[in-house]
Write a protein that binds this ligand. Structure first.
Ligand code: KIV
Length: 290
């Protein structure tokens, strides 16, 4: 198989697994709407994740906890319409799989059937192994997510880096291994020391996708709004800003407002006009008016 991105017209789960075997990095980004998904797809990004980070960067929630299944389905449908080549993955939100595995299976079926997702992502390791097996048995590819798992913010007591002691590192390694053994095709490693990410990446056969986990993972993912500079607080240490869209949009809005107030927008060139015949007729008829 020619694994060069330009040689592959559709990113599939087997292709993602092949890339690790051949030592090629995977490129991943979040997207929640048609234009962003389309731009990511056309840029040759391998995996588009409709992440539950939607809650914070698009919907204005404080955390990912309040995000609902319906919200994720709605945004996944929009991203689906924008993506063709990339593999489209939908996050299962908090509450859609924690009560019982049956709920998780129903949520994942809806992601695939109603929103066009090609895989789902869920957080947790050993605790989620049975659910991952169930989804894989139902022909739904699963991406795992271990380390800093934002849906557990209350249990973790915040968003601190995980796996800083040998004990906790061992637990995260066991979680990643459980995700692989249960049949997941990839696993996100979030917010862990680089050394631990190296160890997990070397031990697993499935690709590791890092976010705040150093450069040695098999792939990298960032939240689109972080990369594009479209967030409001200070970015986390691992974020590299590739654009300053927030500043560009703020300037565009200030200029627009200024031009309206100054009477400069719209100009005559930005206005519609009658055809000349109608204009002439109007002028003649107005002359006749008393
Ligand atoms: O929701 C999300 O954006 C994620 C990524 C950070 C991996 O889970």
């Amino acid at each position: 198989m020619d694994l060069k991105p330009e040689a592959v017209s559709k990113v599939t789960v087997p292709y993602v697994l092949e890339r690790k075997l051949h030592g090629h990095k995977l490129t991943c980004i979040t997207a929640y709407d048609y234009p962003t998904a389309r731009l990511a797809d056309e840029a040759g990004i391998d995996v588009i994740l409709v992440g539950d980070s939607l809650g914070q960067v698009v919907l204005g929630y404080d955390s990912t906890v309040p995000v609902t299944l319906d919200e994720l389905l709605h945004h996944t449908r929009a991203a689906r319409r924008g993506s063709r080549r990339s593999l489209l993955v939908m996050d299962l939100p908090f509450g859609s799989y924690q009560v019982n595995d049956e709920d998780g299976l129903h949520a994942a079926v809806r992601a695939v059937k109603e929103a066009g997702a090609e895989a789902v992502k869920l957080e947790g390791g050993r605790k989620r192994a049975a659910l991952i097996r169930r989804l894989v048995d139902a022909e739904i590819p699963v991406m795992g997510h271990v380390g800093l798992t934002p849906q557990s913010v209350h249990a973790m007591g915040g968003y601190g880096v995980q796996g800083k002691t040998l004990d906790s590192a061992g637990r995260i390694l066991a979680d990643a291994q459980a995700v692989e053994d249960a049949g997941a095709f990839a696993v996100v490693l979030e917010g862990i020391p680089r050394e631990l990410a190296v160890m997990i990446t070397e031990r697993l056969r499935i690709p590791t996708i890092g976010i705040g986990a150093g450069p040695d993972c098999d792939g990298q993912i960032l939240v689109f709004h972080d990369l594009a500079g479209l967030t409001f607080g200070a970015p986390a240490k691992f974020v590299r800003r590739y654009a300053s869209l927030g500043e560009a949009i703020a300037k565009a809005l200030a200029d627009f407002r200024h031009d309206i107030l100054a009477g400069d927008y719209p100009s005559d060139g930005e206005s519609y006009h009658w055809p000349s015949a109608v204009r002439e007729q109007f002028e003649k008829e107005s002359l006749r008016r008393p």
